[in-house]
Design a protein. Sequence first.
Length: 199
Amino acid sequence: MTPSQPTPSTFDLFTIGHSNHPIARFLALIEDAGATAVADVRSQPVSRRFPWFSASRLAGHLDHHGMSYLPMGDTLGGRPREPRLFRDGVADYEAMARTPEFHTGVDRVMEAMKSARVCLMCAEREPLDCHRCLLVAPALAARGLNIGHIMSDGRIVPHAEIEEQLLAAAGEDLFGDRNARLADAYRRRAAAVAFRLRD
């Protein structure tokens, strides 16, 4: 028997990648999850290819559907401004997660959750290709939140399941400490997909 899919009410917080969705599809995905606010964690909240996801236009679409737009890329974005937050030219998520600015951003999400059902939004379709999953979600999960990633087909995948996929991709180690293996898997995935400086 296939286990039933979790319902939106199972989750405290959602994430989504806007990808190339038409705006109507994007709005349907977050409405179906019951989200009432979108926290935009893009460092640069613009899109030339899909202009309906640029901040001002997106805010208007959300407002028209009774949802709030919360710009949070200044503290929770994946493209750091400070050189010390890069390692070998790649954004260092572990260093970013230790900054006061990042903690302020996480606090802002927690505060927003008191009055809204929040969905973190970035651009990448797949959670494991995006800092919303590799950087921001673990910090929120550490605060006891149950996070669901809204997929392009409408499924909502628990963050714990995404972590299992991350471990599986890293290879099986029956004898290693799970937490250490998971931290290493996060580190390796971030090194592969994080923002990198151009030469």
